[in-house]
Design a binder for this molecule. Structure first.
Ligand code: ZN
Length: 229
């Protein structure tokens, strides 16, 4: 079904479910509506019309998020530690990405999406590991050594649904390459968050109390990962 939002046609995907109320979300392009059985199409359209202001904002937010998370294969800019960098491609013998004050320069054997993504993730992982090396000493001491726990191994890989993972038994912290797009405060928060999981595995009040003890402004830092404008 195609509906009109802010004067533009938008695809609406309707799913009927055993729910009590209608729900609306967007992936930045389509509208995804779930509604109870028995609700008429007219009612759905009325609901969409009534939610128009929200939809316009949600689509814009989702699109900004996608832009921020671009790895260099699309668009003319990419975000590196919260700063937009102009993308430039240069033919070369070896694939690599060099970040300067204003630019993200991809040196590539061939300009393919695969090579761009690979170069991006490699450089992002290297930078994030350097940042982790700089910041981990405090948490190694105050969280691990203070409680007689072994020090973790820190790794970086591409993850979409999570910023970081803490494998308690194997003493491993895995961070997402996507952290490189956001201001470094976001990274600092996620690193501490994962360390605190060695003390408290869940996200209980106690967990956040420990986070706050070590990083009183953690909520502000956390916010940069949600910030979209
Ligand atoms: Zn967690």
């Amino acid at each position: 079904m195609i509906v009109t939002v802010a004067g533009k046609p938008v695809e609406l995907v309707l799913v009927r479910k055993r729910i009590k109320r209608m729900h609306l979300r967007t992936d930045g392009e389509k509208l995804l509506v779930s509604c109870p059985y028995g609700v008429s199409e007219a009612e759905v359209l009325y609901f969409v019309k009534a939610s128009e202001a929200w939809i316009i904002k949600a689509i814009a937010r989702q699109q900004t998020r996608e832009e921020i998370n671009r790895e260099g294969a699309a668009g003319s800019e990419l975000y590196w530690l919260g700063e937009p960098k102009r993308i430039r491609y240069v033919p070369a013998n070896r694939d690599r990405l060099v970040i300067t004050e204003r630019e993200a320069i991809f040196y590539l054997k061939e300009k393919t999406e695969e090579r761009i993504t690979k170069a991006f993730r490699k450089t992002a992982a290297e930078e994030l590991l350097r940042m982790a090396e700089r910041e981990r000493a405090a948490w190694d001491e105050r969280i691990c050594l203070a409680y007689g726990l072994p020090l973790p191994e820190i790794r970086v890989r591409h993850m979409i649904s999570r910023w970081g993972v803490c494998h308690i038994r194997t003493r491993q912290i895995v961070l997402s390459t996507r952290l490189i797009h956001y201001p470094p405060q976001g990274f600092s928060y996620v690193l501490l968050h994962e360390y605190v999981h060695f003390l408290v595995p869940d996200h209980s009040r106690n967990f956040y109390a420990i986070v706050a003890k070590h990083m009183p402004d953690y909520k502000e830092k956390m916010r940069v990962l949600k910030q979209v404008s």
